[in-house]
Design a protein around this ligand. Structure first.
Ligand SMILES: NC(=O)c1ccc[n+]([C@@H]2O[C@H](COP(=O)([O-])OP(=O)(O)OC[C@H]3O[C@@H](n4cnc5c(N)ncnc54)[C@H](OP(=O)(O)O)[C@@H]3O)[C@@H](O)[C@H]2O)c1
Length: 331
């Protein structure tokens, strides 16, 4: 089968399209024929090995996982002997955050992994973009035990995580202030923000309102800069380690003290979350924001675009059956 493979760390062009062995479903797995996937910031960070600390998990000198990609939507082509909840022909979508491998024509996923049957009202491309940014957003919201009526500021409301966070917070009944660039103010209002701050005209950290939660979904602020925006027991959440990789440490220390604190949840693969997103997608309460679409053959261009830091929500990859010869890479 055709896959986007990288055997060394580096810039987008370390990735090439190659023939690799098609996986076979084990007893507890489903084999998915992938129709769409995404390139996201996790894929970029792992491919580039940035930050360096990633290498302790992904391979010190070269990547152990050579086919990246963690979101997928496609059709079940085969099921293992013990699989009872999925059938051949089911349209499924989900998130393979620990095993990766979705930048390929086929993928195996455990039956109890992060997958669900697709909502009927969704395209493969929409379904593929529905689980990664949104599961980061939801994990942060759950960790902060956010409730209806709370005031939340979302910094970076046009990213994959930020655009999902605004929608999920609105559904929860939070009062949402979103920070984005001028050209996307109306779009972000459409996602459900009650108030929008244009970061090109205003420094949001000088805002006079205070918040129960500040959620930095673009990784460009810090607890120190946002502290004055927080109510006395307010919570700072970030999707990034922080400028000095300080957020995990602050998340250990600040909850021990009374007052404002940092939380830094690390989301896990979780089937319940995919089912939750399925419900919201069916009811129309959540829709992934999709920017550009690329065919798998142009994945290097997709990576290059993602790494501009300017994408609007998600970048989707359409995976069509092989049309061209690709060099075979074993394993
Ligand atoms: N998505 C993931 O898989 C993932 C996973 C883990 C961690 N993270 C981290 O989470 C952060 C967000 O990732 P993402 O994929 O959601 O989005 P992203 O690609 O980082 O965000 C792109 C968006 O951020 C906006 N933006 C850039 N600078 C901004 C600023 N100073 N103020 C407000 N908006 C700004 C851009 O809008 P303009 O063009 O208008 O500036 C663009 O729409 C990244 O730091 C990433 O490393 C992401």
């Amino acid at each position: 089968m055709k896959a986007a493979v990288h055997t060394s760390y580096g810039p987008p062009d370390v990735v090439r399209i190659a023939e690799v062995e098609k996986p076979v479903a084990r007893d507890n797995q489903v084999l998915v024929k992938v129709h769409a996937t995404t390139v996201n910031r996790t894929d970029s960070a792992l491919r580039a090995a940035k930050p360096f600390v990633n290498r302790f998990f992904t391979g010190l000198t070269r990547p152990r996982v050579t086919v990246l990609g963690n979101e997928f939507a496609g059709e079940v082509e085969a099921v293992g002997r013990s699989v009872t909840s999925f059938e051949v022909g089911d349209r499924v979508f989900g998130y393979n955050g620990t095993r990766f491998g979705t930048h390929a024509e086929y993928l195996t996923v455990p039956e109890d992994g992060s997958l669900a049957t697709m909502p009927a009202n969704l395209t493969f491309e929409e379904a593929a973009a529905s689980t990664e940014g949104s599961h980061y957003a939801l994990s942060m919201m759950r960790k902060a035990k956010l409730r209806s009526g709370q005031d939340v500021l979302v910094y970076g409301a046009t990213g994959a995580i930020g655009s999902a966070a605004v929608q999920l917070l609105k559904r929860l009944g939070a009062r949402v202030t979103a920070v984005c660039g001028l050209e996307h103010v109306e779009l972000v209002r459409g996602l459900g923000a009650d108030r929008v701050i244009d970061y090109t005209a205003e420094d949001f950290t000088k805002d006079t309102q205070t918040y129960d939660v500040v959620l930095d979904a673009v990784g460009k602020s810090s607890f120190g800069r946002c502290k004055r925006l927080l109510k006395p027991r307010g919570i700072y959440l970030s999707s990034d380690l922080g400028p000095l990789s300080q957020n995990p440490l602050l998340a250990l220390i600040t909850p021990l003290l009374r007052g404002k604190k940092v939380l830094f949840p690390i989301p896990r693969d979780n089937q319940e979350m995919v089912r939750y997103f399925k419900e919201l997608l069916e009811s129309g309460e959540f829709r992934p924001l999709i920017d550009r679409r690329y065919p798998l053959d142009q994945i290097v261009e997709a990576y290059t675009y993602v790494e501009t830091g300017r994408k609007l929500g998600n970048v989707v990859i359409s995976v069509e059956p092989s049309t061209s010869e690709a060099r075979f890479i074993a394993g």
